[in-house]
Design a binder for this molecule. Structure first.
Ligand code: SF4
Ligand code: SF4
Ligand code: SF4
Length: 261
């Protein structure tokens, strides 16, 4: 006998909830791996500024390899999955007990992270000029601790002031800014399936990155938004099961609406 549709839908929602819990578990485990193995044991800094220090010393491993794979070339395949599933900063932000209602800032605030990106790439040149090359293990570790203390501090402050766990990611993160260059061309994207959308906007309300999901699906386009971190919260929240994660290149052109960067 065929199972009632309501029961099937409930089963599907339950399975998706498990996937999202799995996402937080992934975030936690990746963070543990990065901190214990790379940062504390290897004493390697994988942050963006270290790329400049390494380049200037003719070193192409460590930070250079990490940034190339996770934050520039990788996003062509899997978008900003790193931000949703593996970032050691996000694993703190996503667990913050923020209760205040989210305050949405105007679109122009999203541009600040490009200024921070420019500053983060320029600062090492000044430090190199002053004689700091941050190549030894202990020097890299010290710089890593300074950078992470600033990121965690700003992230926590913004999260509580704006009531938004991902405020740092949206407005200030230089790595996030770098990823927005290639991630809109990602093969992996959120898209609408054949089911009917009732425009309830639950997906947009839950989206931690304020992606205008309905604009994309109304235009029958895949979600190519540079801010999408493929966290699949929208997929899980949709009461009609209209959204899914799909592979391909269909509708991968920059949409005419939404963010213009
Ligand atoms: S935007 Fe930056 S801090 Fe946020 S998850 Fe991505 S890399 Fe991490
Ligand atoms: S659009 Fe969906 S997958 Fe992308 S950030 Fe928003 S909730 Fe996450
Ligand atoms: S949650 Fe689902 S049904 Fe509601 S607007 Fe989003 S895609 Fe449409």
């Amino acid at each position: 006998m065929k199972k009632p549709v309501g029961r099937q839908v409930r089963k599907l929602v339950y399975k998706l909830k498990l996937v999202v819990s799995t996402r937080l578990a992934f975030l936690f485990l990746f963070t543990l791996f990065y901190w214990v193995y790379y940062f504390i044991y290897q004493r390697a800094n994988l942050q963006l500024s270290q790329v400049v220090f390494n380049f200037s010393a003719g070193v192409f491993t460590g930070a250079v390899a990490h940034v190339a794979v996770a934050k520039f070339i990788g996003p062509l395949l899997f978008g900003r999955c790193f931000c949703g599933w593996a970032c050691w900063n996000a694993s703190l932000f996503d667990f913050l007990p923020v209760r205040k209602p989210k305050r949405l800032l105007p679109e122009k605030y999203y541009m600040y992270k490009y200024v921070v990106l420019a500053a983060v790439l320029a600062l090492p040149f000044l430090l190199i000029y002053a004689g700091f090359t941050f190549q030894g293990r202990s020097a890299q570790f010290k710089w890593l601790l300074i950078e992470n203390a600033v990121i965690y501090g700003l992230g926590i402050l913004l999260a509580f002031v704006l009531g938004d766990r991902r405020a740092f990611c949206k407005y200030l993160c230089p790595a996030g800014a770098l990823m927005t260059i290639t991630s809109p061309r990602s093969i992996l994207k959120i898209e609408k399936n054949h089911l009917h959308c009732n425009r309830c906007r639950k997906c947009e309300e839950i989206c931690p990155m304020d992606v205008p999901i309905l604009n994309y699906i109304s235009a029958n386009q895949r979600v190519s938004d540079p801010e999408c971190i493929l966290c699949i919260e929208c997929v899980k929240s949709c009461p009609k099961n209209c959204l899914t994660v799909g592979l391909g290149h269909k509708s991968d052109t920059t949409p005419e609406f939404g963010r213009s960067y």
